[in-house]
Ligand binder design. Structure first.
Ligand code: D41
Length: 689
């Protein structure tokens, strides 16, 4: 066998297998881009070696095979396919080809459409009744899916208007059947619940749903449809005669206008379709749709441009099976294949050890990706991933790249298991896996350089202390040179020390010291956030500050007291308690609080708080102050303010029209204060309203 022959037969076999997975099983194992590449390679080889082209080559059968269980439908007019481009340059070449062929330099008016990622179907209406629906199949022969199509809510069973007057006897409409993202998600949630595998993407889900022999199943799948062109339009043939084409009697000479006419007959038209005055508007349309992509309720994979004028379309005609007057300008593929060259372990600010896949760099979703997080052991188990595996990587929109699946068939002999470290990869301390958590953690806390660096970066980040002149690189340098170990050490740095560091001038040193000085002025909320307690984000930090009012109160708060703060549940409360239990954390906190300038509050220790641990409940309308004001005032004295009355409540403050909480307090024998009583109590402790 010649080299080319061998290569061709290999490609044919591989493509046939992928075809089967895609069209019959609805479970593709490789992304479309990889399939397209193989097909292009095959066509190129066959073109270069025409004698090696066989009639059963997959290149000769674009699209899927009609399944035996459905009857076949021969399309009265073939359903054409679309040529693709992937760059603006190639889009311009397409426009140039159109103009050259038309021998014209006039601007071309285009109808621009999103390219829906579904299945092309043909709907045949006779006397306004939907009589037949078929898949595109190979373009000439498709499958009869009428009963399934009749279940799609947006497809009319009857056209609006009068046959012969508003539309001709026969109208064939072509368009795309697709599954909206929300329906796809819901379907997969259901599949998961039942322990089934679910579909890889909405396109496969739509295909699988249309291929159901039981249309009751299709009906539950929530499919949708947008029309994108006309098929045969005319009168039925009397015996033996050809049918008469009546397109021009009933339909406009503009593609866009025709879609609007179909819309008036009751067929859905994609709301993003636009008429472009000239080809120059093409790129803006493409970019606009790309920007909108994630907000659209359905999956698309590009845009389609069609010469709008039907007379020009006729003059342009088609080559092979694709019209010369239309082009699909596709988005960069969101899924690609690449190889996992290694798996490394990163240590985060909180000691979490995360496996990260180092990938052979791959262009996907418009950027080059060389890393992907693997999250944890569970995720690796789910994927069944080994080092040196070939994987499907997905990057959709701005979402971080994900490894979707492993192509097990491509596993090489040198594939090896991913071994989790038993000690911290940065500081060599012990690692633990906490109960109920999927992740490994380094136990060394701030003794671990990775955690130190991340903790200091977090402390000086914009939403925390926002230290001017202190970037991530400088933090790493300061830690590496052992000038700092904790955020407290930042404030001990001198200008001379800093200016002596590599790559630091006197000016940067002055800036850093000034930045640190400015960072001392802060609020309790930012301070708490800057400590980097696990799962205490900006909002939780602000809630803690508003609830407890002082650092001392937060430090000494019990688990129960913490759970009274909005947004704080069992886990976050535990994280806070554990944080303040650690000796080295306490050293850092007291060191820091000593250098901070607290503009609005005074740091008090728990002993200084006269109402410490007292639980108040406010009810009814207060007239001398607002509810929030009363709450803040009580909290500043160390009191807790709870939402409901229980046997743990110490005082209920009852304003006007106090209701059930007051009754409950009386039932439980809890002390009740009037508003005047509250004002007096606050005044006693030096708080005036
Ligand atoms: O949204 C689509 N997927 C789409 C597909 C579209 N908006 N327009 C299309 N127009 C055509 C022609 C120009 C041939 C009428 C198409 C397709 N074809 C198409 N879909 C699948 C194969 C061809």
């Amino acid at each position: 066998m010649s080299n080319a022959q061998e290569k061709i037969s290999q490609l044919q076999q591989q493509i046939n297998q992928y075809n089967h997975e895609y069209y019959v099983l609805d479970q593709p194992s490789v992304p479309d881009a990889e399939y397209d590449r193989l097909m292009t390679a095959l066509i190129d080889l066959e073109t270069a070696n025409p004698t090696l082209k066989t009639i059963d080559s997959p290149s000769q059968k674009v699209g899927g095979q009609a399944l035996k269980s459905f009857t076949q439908v021969t399309h009265q007019l073939p359903m054409l396919s679309l040529d693709n481009v992937f760059s603006l340059e190639d889009f311009h070449s397409f426009v140039k080809r159109v103009k050259d062929r038309l021998n014209s330099n006039e601007p071309i008016v285009f109808c621009a459409e999103p390219k829906l990622d579904g299945l092309a179907v043909s709907l045949r209406y006779e006397q306004g009744q939907l009589v037949q629906a078929a898949t595109r199949g190979d373009g000439s022969v498709g499958e009869n899916i009428t009963t399934n199509i009749r279940t799609i809510k947006s497809i009319p069973l009857k056209l609006m208007g009068t046959p012969g007057k508003d539309f001709p006897e026969i109208v064939e409409v072509r368009g795309e059947v697709f599954m909206p993202k929300a329906s796809f998600d819901a379907l997969n949630v259901l599949a998961k619940k039942r322990g089934e595998k679910g579909f890889a993407n909405p396109r496969n889900a739509a295909a699988g749903s249309l291929r159901q022999l039981d249309s009751k199943i299709t009906a539950k799948r929530n499919l949708a449809f947008y029309a994108y062109s006309l098929g045969f339009v005319g009168e039925s043939a009397s015996q033996g005669a050809e049918s008469t084409d009546l397109t021009h009697e009933f339909f406009a000479n503009s593609h866009h206008e025709r879609l609007c006419q179909l819309k008036n007959l009751g067929l859905p038209m994609c709301p993003e379709v636009r008429l472009l005055e000239n080809e120059g508007a093409g790129d803006a349309f493409y970019q606009g749709i790309l920007d909108k992509r994630s907000a659209l309720s359905y999956e698309i994979d590009g845009t389609v441009f069609k010469v709008d004028n039907i007379v020009l379309q006729k003059r342009l005609g088609f080559v092979a099976r694709a019209p010369r007057w239309a082009i699909a300008y596709k988005f960069p593929a969101e899924e690609e294949l690449t190889c996992v060259e290694d798996v490394e372990f990163q240590v985060g600010r909180t000691g979490a050890i995360t496996p990260v896949a180092r990938l052979k760099p791959i262009f996907v979703g418009g950027v080059t990706v060389s890393n992907a997080t693997l999250h944890n052991q569970d995720e690796i188990n789910r994927l069944g991933l080994m080092v040196n595996d070939t994987v499907v990587i997905r990057r959709a929109g701005d979402v971080i790249p994900q490894i979707v699946s492993v192509v097990v068939g491509k596993r090489p002999d040198n594939a090896r298991d991913i071994i989790f470290p038993t000690t911290c990869p940065v500081c060599d301390s012990a690692v633990v896996k906490l109960e109920g958590e999927a992740i490994l953690r380094c136990t060394a806390g701030l003794f671990c350089a990775a955690q130190r660096k991340e903790a200091i970066k977090h402390f000086s980040s914009r939403k925390a202390h926002d230290v001017d002149g202190l970037g991530d690189k400088l933090v790493e340098q300061l830690v590496d040179e052992e000038l700092i170990n904790t955020p407290v050490d930042l404030f001990k740095l001198t200008e001379i020390q800093v200016s002596m560091m590599e790559r630091m001038g006197k000016k940067s040193a002055t800036n850093l010291i000034a930045g640190l000085e400015a960072a001392k002025t802060t609020t309790l909320a930012k301070f708490i956030y800057g400590l980097g307690i696990r799962e205490v984000g900006e909002a939780t930090a602000a809630n803690l500050a508003n609830h407890f009012y002082t650092l001392a109160a937060i430090e000494s708060a019990s688990l129960e007291a913490l759970k009274n703060v909005s947004d704080v549940g069992e886990i976050v409360a535990k994280n806070i308690v554990n944080f303040f239990k650690e000796e080295h954390n306490l050293t850092v906190v007291s060191g820091l609080s000593a250098v901070m300038n607290w503009p609005t509050i005074e740091i008090k220790s728990a002993e200084d708080l006269p109402l410490a641990e007292q639980i108040f409940v406010l009810t009814g309308t207060l007239t001398q102050m607002g509810r929030a004001e009363a709450k803040t005032a009580l909290q500043s004295l160390g009191a807790k303010v709870a939402g409901s009355v229980s046997k743990n409540t110490d005082f209920v403050v009852a304003g006007d029209k106090a209701g059930s909480k007051l009754t409950k307090a009386q039932d439980l024998g809890i002390s009740v204060l009037t508003e005047d009583g509250l004002v007096a109590l606050l005044a006693e402790h030096g708080v005036t309203i």
